[in-house]
Ligand binder design. Sequence first.
Ligand code: SAH
Length: 374
Amino acid sequence: MSTASPAGTPAPGQLTFVAPRRAKPARHLADLTMAERRAAVAELGEKPFRADQLSRHYFDKLNGDVAAMTDLPAAAREKFGAALFPTLLTPVRELTTDGGTTRKTLWRLFDGALVESVLMRYSDRTTMCVSSQAGCGMNCPFCATGQAGLTRNMSTAEIVEQVVAGARALAAGEVPGGPGRVSNVVFMGMGEPLANYKAVIGAVRRLVEPAPSGLGISARGVTVSTVGLVPAIGKLAAEGLPVTLALSLHAPDDELRDTLVPINTRWKVAEVLAAAWDYAAKTKRRVSIEYALIKDVNDQEWRADLLGKLVRNKLVHVNLIPLNPTPGSKWTASRPEDERAFVRRLEHHGVPVTVRDTRGREIDGACGQLAAAE
Ligand code: SAH
């Protein structure tokens, strides 16, 4: 197990926990708590109440362009622009499908790193799927992101800006269905959110704090998805943030999970499930178990039975994801009859289960397909 990632493709099973040291993105208003914003404004020689004005512009009106903040003195605007509103994300390409209601954006970060986010508008909600790292160090062999290795951690503001960009597009009526808002945020884009814990928690706080401190999205609408970093799940449970935890399980037995989700060589199925049940007990939130159905790999009825026994009578929901194709992978989605049998076995155990309607496959925007290539 290495502690620093070699640039490029990791060896099978190799885990990378510590992101390579690189220059950090500039500080942005969205990195800061309300108190920190007041201090930053004071350091610039301005009155602390300016921090509230800046926050209202950014989090309430979704405006990050100081030139348009006409209630601020012109000289102060320039100072604030340079110190608190650096350009963090530059759009490189946008792909849409589902009549424009699914849209994937490729972003270039200040140092050239590439990440992707996906907006998905449904009749009753709009979900932003955001990246938390450029690349990923968890090396799951069926996931396109994992195959490229970890480039670096993203900052809180780089994460928040993806949501703000989606919120702006919705507010401007750019997404079919009329003007709207972001109701849900899922940390299911590139990266392992719990391996970038501090920045991710900062972003979650910015998302759920009411305006002008944050975007005012309901914590219940926020999902943090993890391969199962057990100590970090424990930390998250203690934050007092009732966000939904999604656990990417993909196999109910250690032998197979060791190969599908390499972190399992550190924390076994029993340990990660214990952490999940503890999370559910502390937050009263139903834990979502993610299980990509891979033909003849993890979709046998006996595995459904074993999974059913492990999760029955828990505060849980099983989300089955038909495997999305990724470049160079020999694996494909399960046969429809095997998928149905898998669902039936789980239902037999009384486990709530759904098969995820995966969006964005045509634009390589579905689960596991984000590779951020130009
Ligand atoms: N690293 C975190 C966040 C990424 S979420 C995690 O793994 O949970 C992306 C979800 O899509 C995870 O559940 C992941 O296991 C799943 N996934 C990855 N590749 C996939 C693929 N090819 N088909 C379907 N789901 C996939």
